[in-house]
Write a protein that binds this ligand. Structure first.
Ligand code: HEM
Length: 438
């Protein structure tokens, strides 16, 4: 921990550790948003990896589910889409009893895992998945990234040059959100001056009542309707214009997506908004946090800026911005001696696999020059492996190249506020100060 930063979470972590080890194994449930918020989730997964790596939780706020916690087992599930399907949702939906009734008027909150016709391609199996993924892939392919890089760099530089020197500020708001929102606006060719709408809509989709931009489900529905109307309007503009390199134009003109319903189109838009925003945002914040917690690594980075790409990969592993993805078994299946039944929900805890000592040496340590830094689970594996992974790495690499040109140090001032979520593993706020410019 950096000088002056008090470990206020120590007691809470200890409490979660006691809970994790005192619970009878057969009832152990690792899906506690409060544990993630308190950085106390590690103990649950440590115990599961050691004592019951393929584990059945019979009941929780998210119903019953299997936990897959070892690196190799997660890869085995993620690459077996015939048995482990994405078509009934890739999350752990809260049980009806833990949400108010009006939450379910919103189609995006799935209570029964039923299949809708408005799925985005992350919620699909082949062949539908492969066709739609192919449509948007060129929007984040190496050639397009090379085109985007100078603009991302210019924008990153402008953000950094506008930061206060010697005055505390929230890094999440002024840097992480700003950079990723600007990039997303570029990907969509979204009106640049209105880009913060994208942040609001992304936060609307990923946070619960009272945490992000909405308090009641009626407000949430209104925000989602605004978002949908805005993007339908963008579709109408693009469909009547010549094909362009942005993602909306690709969907509006792609032979396999141009005839889709507006519900289907909007599902893909929401996937791209969430995929492109929170994950990268939380990794940018995670890099500040990790380097402050490991000052020797920060020194190493300053002395060797060529380590930036491997630091970026190490941060993506260490942070694991999406704690899990889930699947639903299409058939009865024996896995590592356990009987998974057709219809069971199976959660791949990437956050646990990335701390599996059998796959990664010294996995809790943050080591920016580790051998094979891209060997991690944070982007998933198999047919759904993150389509934006190179774009995420590019943004992080550029922002750090620009940071090191400007600031000798960015100092974390206090324990950041972590997200109250079992899915998005990130930071709501992170107070820092930049003492001086180079
Ligand atoms: C550090 C940043 C990121 C992380 C950790 C991350 C993580 C992931 C993960 C875990 C998956 C699902 C893999 C699976 O189910 O096997 C995924 C899929 C996806 N990601 Fe990312 N992502 C990041 C950045 C991005 C960016 C910048 C975009 C913007 C285009 C993006 C767009 C997507 C899309 C569209 C999918 C669905 C792919 C499919 O179903 O075939 N992600 N991502």
């Amino acid at each position: 921990m950096a000088d002056g930063v008090v470990d206020v979470l120590g007691e809470k972590r200890a409490l979660h550790r006691r809970r994790a080890y005192e619970a009878p194994l057969q009832a152990l449930n690792p899906a506690w948003a409060s544990a993630f918020r308190d950085d106390g989730h590690w103990a649950y997964f440590e115990r599961l990896r050691a004592e019951d790596p393929v584990h059945w939780t019979p009941d929780s706020n998210y119903g019953a589910f299997w936990s897959i916690t070892k690196y190799a087992d997660i890869m085995a599930v993620d690459t077996n889409h015939q048995v482990f399907s994405s078509a009934k949702g890739i999350g752990l939906p809260p049980k009806p009893s833990v949400l108010p009734a009006d939450a379910f008027i919103d189609r995006k909150v799935r209570q029964d895992g039923s299949e809708d016709d408005d799925n985005s391609f992350i919620n699909m199996d082949p062949p539908g998945h492969d066709i739609q993924r192919k449509t948007v892939s060129p929007g984040v392919a190496p050639a397009r990234l090379a085109e985007m890089a100078p603009q991302i760099r210019e924008r990153a530089g402008a953000i950094l040059d506008s930061l206060p020197i010697g005055e505390p500020f929230d890094w999440v708001d002024l840097v992480s959100k700003e950079l990723t929102t600007m990039t997303l606006a570029t990907l969509f060719d979204f009106p640049f001056e209105e880009r913060r709408k994208l942040t609001i809509w992304s936060d609307t989709m990923t946070t619960g009542p009272g945490i992000g931009p909405w308090n009641t489900y009626a407000e949430r529905r209104q925000l989602m309707a605004d978002c949908r109307n805005y993007f339908v309007e963008l579709w109408n503009q693009r469909v009547n214009a010549p094909p362009g390199g942005d993602l909306i134009s690709m969907l509006a003109h792609g032979p396999d997506t141009r005839n889709c319903t507006m519900d289907q189109y909007f599902s893909n838009v929401t996937l791209l908004i969430i995929g492109g925003n929170d994950t990268t945002r939380n990794t940018i914040s995670g890099s500040i946090f990790a380097l402050n917690r490991n000052p020797d690594q920060y020194d190493k980075l300053r002395a060797n800026p060529e380590l930036i790409p491997s630091m970026v990969s190490e941060t993506i592993r260490w942070q694991t911005p999406l704690a899990h993805m889930a699947r639903v078994a299409t058939q009865d299946f024996e896995f590592r001696g356990k009987q998974i039944k057709a219809g069971d929900r199976v959660v791949m805890w990437y956050v646990s696999g990335n701390r599996d000592e059998e796959a990664i040496e010294n996995p809790y340590a943050y080591i920016i020059d580790r051998p094979h830094p891209r060997q991690h689970l944070s982007f998933g594996f198999g047919i759904h492996r993150c389509v934006g992974n190179r774009l995420a790495e590019l943004q992080l690499t550029i922002i750090w190249e620009e940071i090191l040109k400007r600031f000798p140090v960015i100092k974390l001032l206090e324990e950041p506020q972590r997200s109250y979520s079992i899915f998005i593993k990130g930071y709501e706020t992170m107070k820092v100060v930049i003492p001086e410019r180079i």
